[in-house]
Design a protein around this ligand. Structure first.
Ligand code: EPU
Length: 315
């Protein structure tokens, strides 16, 4: 049986990806899959590996640039209720600790707000960072106020072979804006939060939000910080000092508010953003001898196995 008909109830074909990313750019997905539960997700991954269909994992598209031709594979999104549930479990021995078990498709800001409302500290540092919990964990998102690794105790993933695995904090391999999660998809995670005075917590949460609102172009089409900070340096600072604020290619510009953001105007293309990324990298390398490393993820077109590309039924 053909791949697409086997998963017909959860697949759509040729779905535009631009509207699903914060840049608002990029071509369509050959297939988009929204599994309704774990068993289906495991089966989908197993079949994709068996039939060499490239798999792309989409959260909220907040840190992602899709190329203009789209992707020839399956884009998997865990937005079904089965992947968005949250359980708050008090620690049996320590009443000041709560273990939160949350689905990989859960919205990070909703989860952070709820933790603050309940008076549990540890997620307020994620205020204003968009994404699903799974996407946030996979890139160890964070900022000057903390990173998700600080509270993650365990992560349950489905690997490329379709097997379910639970990884400890150490096995996730958290580093600065990076983990070893590779080809896996995060289905669920256990976070450890600590009780704190809700009023103080709320104030801190609002302060973090306020700082972001003032220092970053949150209202524009962008994917957050484009580059990682080099050791002991600020990527935004380097780009700024290279005189690149406002530098434009087509419809894409280096933000005049925060130089590590590229903002895309209506009518721009992914190619514009990619050219501007190349230009910024060259200028910063020429000026300061620093090779900027990408923080955002870029999806290029990889080809699915030829036999799977046909949509018409066999003659
Ligand atoms: N700076 C400039 N010009 C600019 C931007 C920044 O000179 O255009 C200077 C600032 O004055 C400051 C320094 O660079 O002295 C650092 O700037 P900022 O405090 O804004 O922090 P950042 O290092 O640029 C990091 C994260 C952000 C996160 C903020 C605040 C990285 C690459 N960036 O930015 O994360 O929001 O701290 O918590 O780790 C993201 O990951 O998408 C992201 C935006």
């Amino acid at each position: 049986m053909r791949f697409s008909s086997d998963f017909a109830n959860i697949l759509t074909e040729n779905e535009p990806l631009g509207p699903r990313t914060w840049f608002g750019l990029g071509g369509p997905a050959r297939w988009m899959a929204r599994p309704t539960g774990l068993t289906q997700l495991m089966e989908l991954f197993r079949r994709c590996q068996q039939e060499e269909v490239p798999v792309y994992k989409l959260g909220q598209g907040a840190n992602l640039l899709v190329n203009d031709d789209g992707v020839d594979g399956v884009v998997v999104q865990l937005n079904a209720p089965a992947f968005r549930g949250v359980d708050w479990n008090a620690d049996a021995r320590d009443p000041d600790i709560v273990r939160v078990s949350a689905g990989g498709g859960m919205d990070m800001n909703r989860l952070a707000r709820e933790a603050v409302r309940r008076g549990f500290a540890g997620l307020e540092c994620m205020g204003g960072i968009p994404g699903t919990l799974g996407g946030i964990i996979r890139m160890n998102a964070g900022g000057r106020f903390g990173q998700i690794a600080d509270v993650v105790r365990a992560v349950t993933v489905v690997n490329a072979a379709g097997q379910l695995r639970t990884l400890t904090h150490e096995q996730v391999g958290f580093r600065y804006r990076h983990t070893d999660l590779g080809e896996t998809i995060v289905c669920r995670a256990t976070l450890e939060l600590k009780r704190e005075d809700p009023t103080r917590l709320r104030e801190r949460f609002l302060e973090i939000w306020d700082y972001k609102r003032k220092s970053q172009p949150l209202a524009d089409y962008s994917a957050g910080c484009v580059f990682k900070n080099p050791p002991n340096e600020s990527a935004g600072g380097l780009i700024d000092r290279a005189g690149l604020k406002g530098c434009t290619v087509g419809g894409a510009s280096v933000s005049t508010n925060h130089a590590n953001f590229i903002v895309a105007k209506e009518g721009s293309t992914s190619r514009d953003v990619l050219s501007l990324i190349g230009l910024v990298r060259r200028k910063v390398a020429e000026r300061f001898g620093v090779e900027l490393e990408l923080e955002i993820e870029i999806w290029n077109r990889r080809r699915a196995k030829k036999t799977l590309i046909r949509t018409e039924p066999r003659p």
